[in-house]
Design a protein around this ligand. Sequence first.
Ligand SMILES: NC(=O)c1ccc[n+]([C@@H]2O[C@H](COP(=O)([O-])OP(=O)(O)OC[C@H]3O[C@@H](n4cnc5c(N)ncnc54)[C@H](O)[C@@H]3O)[C@@H](O)[C@H]2O)c1
Length: 330
Amino acid sequence: MNLAAPSVAIVGCGLIGQKRAKALGPARLAVCCDAVEDRAASLARPHGARVTTNWQNAVSDPAVDIVLVATTHDLLPVIGAAAAANGKHVLIEKPGARRAAELDPLAAAAAQTGARVRVGFNHRFHRALQKAHELVADGSLGPLMFVRGRYGHGGRIGYDKEWRSIPEKSGGGELVDQGCHLIDLARWYLGADFTRIQGSIATYFWDMPVEDNGFLLLETAAGQTAFLHATWTEWKNLFSFEIYGRVGKLEISGLGGSYGTERVTFYKMSPEMGPPETFAWEYPMGDNSWDLEFQAFLEDIRLGRDPNPGVADAQAALRVIESVYKENPR
Ligand SMILES: NC(=O)c1ccc[n+]([C@@H]2O[C@H](COP(=O)([O-])OP(=O)(O)OC[C@H]3O[C@@H](n4cnc5c(N)ncnc54)[C@H](O)[C@@H]3O)[C@@H](O)[C@H]2O)c1
């Protein structure tokens, strides 16, 4: 493999496959695969990449070093496992699978061939979320008590007929879709897994067999809480994540684009309490999380480092979701 310019296959050339193609850094797009041939062809054209509608063919191409999988959730772990079994390094989109156990074959294949596997929780690489992580890590907030996250959009006409509303393809509704980002971020900031899981799901608006709203109340073994809400009935797109420590609070809002400008505000408690000292950072520039995430993946490969987040992180988030589904059968 040419570490300076590795060859990439993208399987699934929809919205995210197209985004990934713009964030490859020094890597070269060699193969574009989609069940819809025109979609693969239009992504391939400017790169002179090969086009295929057969994912088995893409993941076994000897010229390919890295496979990016951006399909429906049912196929992510299957395509990922086949690629890893062929010794390809794999970046699969969140949530990685419909259920945690579906990722076991991918982990086993990677362990056997030495393939690196990263899961695309790209939100960790947003500027505001990175800044917040630095402030948490340097102790600015003191010991963390709880986090509160809200994430949602309002869908679009016909949203209830798209693949995200088909349980066999998606594994569930909004809890799997955007809820998995919130769970991943809560784990990342709190630095712990959840040992107590409560939640409820509801389908308030859309005519679909999966939930359009998910509500979570999660607790770590140390008693820290994550209070999270993911929604497809958010008529004005929203991202809000608040982190509460004993001596300060962080408020993160926006993700760029329709979610509004990314901002972090740090409210620092003074010893005499009362109104806190306030510091704010704003990031009006474009979202570069996809570029940074892919650069990190190239570093994983170069250094032989375990990607973070990897398969175990995706499984941890999926276990939370599965537990809520089990408690709320439909
Ligand atoms: N990190 C994020 O913020 C973020 C945002 C949106 C989506 N995603 C994730 O990215 C993935 C893709 O989502 P999307 O919004 O791009 O969906 P999409 O519907 O736009 O694209 C999926 C593509 O997969 C293709 N596909 C389906 N079956 C296939 C097969 N057998 N072989 C080859 N291609 C096949 C479809 O034709 C389609 O082009 C999902 O896992 C989703 O959860 C992540």
